[in-house]
Design a protein around this ligand. Sequence first.
Ligand code: MSP
Length: 525
Amino acid sequence: MPKTTPIPPKPSFFLTTPIYYVNSVPHLGTAYTTIAADALARYRRLLGDNVFFLTGLDEHGQKVEQAAVEHGIEPQEWCDNLAEKFLGAWELLGITNDDFIRTTEPRHVRAVQTLAKTLYDQGDIYKGLYDGWYCVPDETYWTEEQLEGGKCPQCGRDVELVREENYFFRLSAYQDRLLGYFEENPDFIGPPSRRNEVLSFVRGGLRDLSISRANVKWGIPLPWDASHTVYVWFDALINYVTAVGYGDPDDAGEFARCWPAHIHFVGKDIIRFHCVIWPALLMAAGLDLPQRVFAHGFLLAKGEKMSKSKGNAVAPADLVRQFGADAYRYYFLRDVSFGQDGSISIESMVQRYNGDLANDWGNLCSRLFNMVGKYFDGAVPDPGGDAVDAADGVLAAVARDLPGRYDEAMARLDYGAALESAWDLVKATNRYIEDSAPWNLAKSPETTPRLKTVIYNALEAVRIAALFIAPVMPQTSAEVWRRLGLGDINAVTTLAEESRWGGTRPGSHVEKGDPLFPRIEKDAV
Ligand code: MSP
């Protein structure tokens, strides 16, 4: 549920998404970072971490101002309307952010002004003449040489000429310190391809950065010169420290306890802002750097980046209506390799849904819960006795390997591999049921002990699989646990213990329930 909650005493895991421009409603591309971050936040909570998960909105700047003007309303009103849309989308997708920061909030204005003033007073910000180009859709400065065919080298759109007195941040002075930092902290930027991109960019030489605009009204005024507003990216990056109390005069050491963030999730288009400008600003302010910045790739629809300007943007709600929020989250995290560009299509989504979800996972739960109803009156059988088989050990071994494999994949932010490790258990359980053929064991009282063992083991594997599927598909895992009579999966904070073999309680009631993922006919979408 998107909400603002007090920051936990000391977050042991602090993660962020970019704050989204409110020039338009959220689409699949902007939702992508948010679901990835949410899955990690949920996993860390299962592990017992005290998580602080931050997301929010980037509300200042020319682009947002223009969107408001085009719609004939005041920028603040425009932002307020859009904020509702973002909150609605995050709620629909089951996002569990702990804070929702908006850059027009007083706490943020104060933080930006504090940081700007600190840098100005120590001589890291000076006044100069900006003479170059600006891409409004990307809110980015470009030099003449960087343009490609006179257009923005990033998005290919028109740029505007800006010639005005600006305040500049001495970014060039931080070049060597940044390179030294990258060297000493090889894991700071991921994946490696992005690290190399940033390294060569910084090695190529850094120019000082214009951090104010004289002709943009919709922004935070500089505290020492109110005729300038703060450049929207300087403003936006600071959100990460605002949220944990930077610049708050009543802060009782909270900021120092909570900062730095463990990970900033970003898209590959905004890596330089997060890996060059942001670290340099933090260095200048004498603050610690985040532990890690990880850039994912773009979602491509028919080979093109999904974006509002390309006219190929799809709203999350359109897909959630057809597939449900869990299947939505599963598809993007399973089918697109996190860190690389990935093509998405309705066809591949239907395929994943029917194959992985309806057939593998949904059917396993249905048939197994049915059998508990049919053979044991809905009560989990007691597996005691010596009706064991080598197949039991094979299944238990797959379950035993799962936590380690899953954790190692999540540490690399390889959601596909993490889900695959959970699916190996789902598939192994399906195989186990096929090979053990409970329907035959049920035919004679002599094989009842074996039937009990088989059903118990399969239930146990399902219980464990649901735990590891939960970060990506929280609703269905909660439902599986509820049907197994296990209580609230969201209350679990001791994953290591909970994932040990043997946690299913004999005698507890198993509910059959409706199919978790009713098949979708391709023509129906
Ligand atoms: N406001 C800035 C971020 C400031 S963070 C201090 C911004 N906002 S954005 O709304 O334009 O984009 C936010 C994120 O959405 C970026 O990480 C971007 O990569 C991501 N995506 C937007 N379209 C996307 C795809 N088609 N695919 C995947 N992610 C993409 O930039």
